[in-house]
Ligand binder design. Sequence first.
Ligand code: C2E
Ligand code: MG
Ligand code: MG
Ligand code: MG
Length: 284
Amino acid sequence: HAKEKGRGNYQFFTPALNKAAQRRLALTNSLRRALVRDEFEVHYQPQVDLESGQIISAEALLRWTKAGKHAVGCNEFITIAEETGLILQIGDWVLRQACRQLKQWHTLGHTDMAIAVNLSPRQFYQPNFHGRISDILDEAGLAPSSLDLEITEGVLMQRSDDNVSTLQHLSDMGIKLSVDDFGTGYSSLAYLQRFPVDALKIDRSFVSGIGQDRNDTTLVTAIIAMAHSLRLKVLAEGVETPEQIRFLLAQGCRSAQGYYYSVPVSAEVFTGMLRERARQAWQR
Ligand code: C2E
Ligand code: MG
Ligand code: MG
Ligand code: MG
């Protein structure tokens, strides 16, 4: 019986593994051509001031809208792009696109808006990364203070001299640095004092547990309190309910993003939302 079962498993798993490997290979090849074929789009999700209900910023989120036969989620193709190094060109494109878009919103009169862009560690480790950023900002005609770079805890944990100096350069230029998915990575908090970080983004996994899960609720409270005592800004990710917003406000968290306000939308739809919210802010 055992032998039968073993053979059965063998036959079951091999084609499945092959299928996964084949999909990966096909995706990698398509991804190599996606930029020149103009298959990407940047979508934007509002970041909202909880007290005023106004949009203060937008997070740029990459979408592979014309991936053809493969419908691919962000996490899947970003992982492949990181492994293959394609993230360098793609990330550069996102940065340029997002900065150009913000400039357009400024021109339309939304002059206080900022833009947040996700950074892969590989982009960050490029030589003279701050110089590249400076060129992109100049090209778009934007002040460095309107750019918020979202880095991961991993980047902060790698304590090389290059790393420290890149962060310091970016900070000295006036660029904002946010720690994305805060609380999900390494748990050393020492880096928060050592590096010129401006804000923490509380991971959605904790925010979704507010009022539901005692541990999540306690963690969110603790992260907000810690951010305040370290004089860091704090933004809650993945806010979906008014209860979560009430709780966050009561804890002194000033900003949030999430489906409660809006899913990530195209630049065009976002422009309409900005116009609308300039007239009437979101109610609490
Ligand atoms: P992230 O930076 O933490 O972005 C937040 C993710 O949560 C986004 O998923 C967003 O659509 C989703 N989200 C926001 N609010 C809610 C909510 O209320 N409920 C739920 N269920 N989800 C919500 P998305 O767009 O699929 O992106 C996934 C990840 O891919 C991002 O996580 C980021 O790490 C990465 N990513 C996206 N664009 C880029 C990029 O241009 N460059 C790099 N390096 N990474 C990117
Ligand atoms: Mg992010
Ligand atoms: Mg996040
Ligand atoms: Mg994430």
